[in-house]
Ligand binder design. Sequence first.
Ligand SMILES: [Fe+2]
Length: 231
Amino acid sequence: MKRREFLTVAAGYAGLVVARAQVAPPPHPAVAAAAGPFALPPLPYADHQLEPYISARTLSFHYGKHHKTYVDNLNKFTAGTDLAALPLEDVVQKTAGVVEKAAVFNNAAQVWNHTFFWKSMKPGGGGQPQGKLLAQLEKDFGGFDAFRKTFIETGLAQFGSGWVWLVTEGGALKVVKTANADTPLVHGQKPLLTCDVWEHAYYLDYQNRRKDFVEAFMDNLANWTFAAAQL
Ligand SMILES: [Fe+2]
């Protein structure tokens, strides 16, 4: 191959590599395949892509350690039981409120909640949704700004670990909070968007300033395309 031809081919290959990287982030280096029926879903973006609002370090620990540990524990606690053959949402529903299955519920719900949280954010997100979702927020909260204020205040009002959610219930949009691993799935509510307010979600970047984190989520990360698709 002549040098000029080689350069042309090489440039084309480099372009292909860049294009692929933009479509699918590489596998997370901290995550090995789960040993069991429940798998850790891939992150929808690379570790650094939510910066400066969530650092690569926070995202790497949160996904590669915390989320992965919930998956590993779920596989461990369901091994050899009928639950291991069920879809994740069914495990959450069947173990909710069952005292002797609390460990299974906590890990199953945390796997589900975290997967939903990653999808609730995107690089370049935040601001206002559009169309039907915006109209419904205006109808049910009296305006987007009132919704934003309610979401942030509800995230702050969750004492200790938990989650703040935008859900639909009985045809209306609501903001609710859940403690620890609890999830709207088991309360007859349909989640549209969530923000993790466990300290592990923000402590490395914001220390104790949960308000700054939830504001950054709402203004710069919220994936309204995903939320609208849940309606
Ligand atoms: Fe978390």
